[in-house]
Design a protein around this ligand. Structure first.
Ligand code: MV4
Length: 452
């Protein structure tokens, strides 16, 4: 199967990731088609693409989530492939399937693999079989409260009930003792049934103060897999990550090597292709346990790009063209230095209330080891309909201390006027002695914002 270069790609997304994918296409000499909602007519992804098509009104369900509109745009413009970015349709197996049957390459894993990873207790069982450590829990879907009580007795409380079709923190319930289990089981099933396609629930040992650690994967369509180290994303609030870094200050070289060996086997056997992220929780003792797979490029991919020197988005496109990792990567994967990303959100830094509106003044920092991924510009309007991510500020340093110092100086040179942003909160996080010492978990942000 010789690889066939794409001539034209449609980007089924908006905001900074649409601009990021367009950048990769330009560097590969590939034409680009942007799609946009009526609220995004003046967005920079529309300006930077070679062609742009309006796909509907502001509401995502009628534009960025409208499969028929996007496929029509792809057919009208005669693209070879669609890059879904993150969010929206990026992990929608049905969309990937429609792309395939329309003769358009979906830049991501195969539909059946996306589907497997989307059923969380199946992904968990699969990883366990492959020798990837998982938390003690139910072997599959929990069939009754009695089964839950028996398992929890063996595992020890607290345990957590999770929606099989959930993920990213949606559809979870912590159970502290046997009395709470039956009612929580019913409620978890009901919630899962109304929020997702399935009422299935599974059970796991609950970790109260975990660190969130995720491994970046690249896999070609010829059976080759590379693990690009890990990122730590423990600084988050209500499942919204605020700051990410690579490598994790908590993962040892031995752990990284062991997890990488197990993941290489698992990803190969799953037939997983393209880019992906495997999420783990780290318990208080420093043990890592698999929780779920994200079958897409992630917001925080740039920190991995800085420490590996690998362009993940270009790699995604070249993998989808049929190229091998040997052709794509410059040599063996090596991790060097340290990188941090701060998400600059349009929101009140104290209350986290979204702060849409016009940016009246915008100046981005630069200089050595600084990268800004954004779609914003002076006088642009942040619409209220989508996520509040305005820009990502990413720094690189030869070690964590240098990456932090560089981030502090770059945040001080980032000017956003007319809206509130998370910049002041990021500055507080970076100045915190525990953050600087690498001593934090997913509860860390509470000290800046009060409980919840
Ligand atoms: C957990 C957990 C504790 N124990 N699973 C939230 C996101 C989703 N991917 C999984 N999540 C969690 N799963 C067990 N067995 C705690 C969380 C969790 C969390 C995880 C990562 C980062 C932030 C978090 C915040 C609250 C809860």
């Amino acid at each position: 199967m010789p690889s066939v270069p794409f001539k034209k790609i449609l980007i089924a997304n908006r905001g900074e990731i649409a601009v990021r994918v367009i950048s990769a296409c330009k560097e590969l000499g590939i034409q680009t088609v942007a799609v946009y909602s009526e609220a995004d007519r003046y967005s920079s992804h529309v300006r930077f693409a070679d062609q742009a098509i309006c796909i509907g009104p502001a509401k995502s369900a009628r534009s960025y989530l409208d499969i028929a509109s996007i496929i029509s745009a792809a057919e009208i413009t005669n693209v070879d492939a669609i890059h879904p970015g993150y969010g929206f349709l990026s992990e929608n197996a049905g969309f990937a399937e429609v792309c395939e049957t329309s003769g358009i390459k979906f830049i991501g894993p195969r539909p059946d693999v996306i589907r497997l990873m989307g059923v969380k207790e199946r992904a968990r069982a699969f990883m366990r079989e492959m020798g990837v450590p998982v938390l003690p829990g139910s072997p599959g879907v929990l069939t009754s409260a009695e089964e839950g009580l028996e398992l929890a007795e063996k595992i020890g409380y607290p345990v957590i009930l999770k929606a099989s079709a959930g993920g990213g923190g949606r559809g979870m319930r912590v159970v502290n003792n046997p009395d709470e289990l039956p009612s929580n089981f019913i409620q978890a099933q009901n919630e899962a049934g109304s929020a997702f396609s399935s009422a299935d629930v599974y059970l796991e040992k609950y970790i109260g103060a975990p660190r969130h650690i995720e491994f970046q994967i690249l896999a070609d369509e010829h059976g080759n897999v590379e693990i690009l180290g890990e990122r730590e994303c423990s600084v988050q609030r209500r499942h919204q990550k605020l700051l990410e870094e690579s490598p994790s200050p908590a993962v040892t070289d031995k752990q990284r090597a062991e997890i990488s060996v197990a993941l290489r086997k698992a990803i190969t056997h799953a037939g997983y292709t393209n880019a992906g992220t495997v999420e783990f929780l780290m318990d208080e003792k420093g043990n890592l346990y698999f929780i779920e797979v994200n079958a897409r490029v992630q917001v925080e991919h740039p920190v991995t790009e800085f420490v590996t020197g690998i362009d993940i988005v270009k790699s995604q496109i070249r993998i989808a063209q049929g190229e091998t990792l040997k052709e794509i990567l410059p040599g063996p994967v090596e991790l060097r230095g340290h990188s941090i990303e701060c998400r600059i959100n349009a929101e009140n830094p104290v209350t986290f209330v979204p702060s849409p509106g016009r940016i009246t003044g915008f100046h981005v920092p630069g200089g050595i080891g600084v990268r800004v991924d954004t779609w914003a510009y002076t006088d642009c309007v942040i619409p209220p309909f989508y996520d509040s991510l305005v820009a990502k500020l990413i720094t690189y340093g030869s070690d964590r201390t240098e990456a932090i110092r560089r981030m502090q100086r770059a945040l001080g040179m980032f000017i956003v006027e007319g809206i509130h942003t998370s910049i002041p909160l990021q500055q507080k996080i970076l100045a915190d002695p525990d953050f600087q010492a690498g001593n934090f978990d997913t509860n860390f942000i509470k000290r800046f914002t009060g409980p919840k």
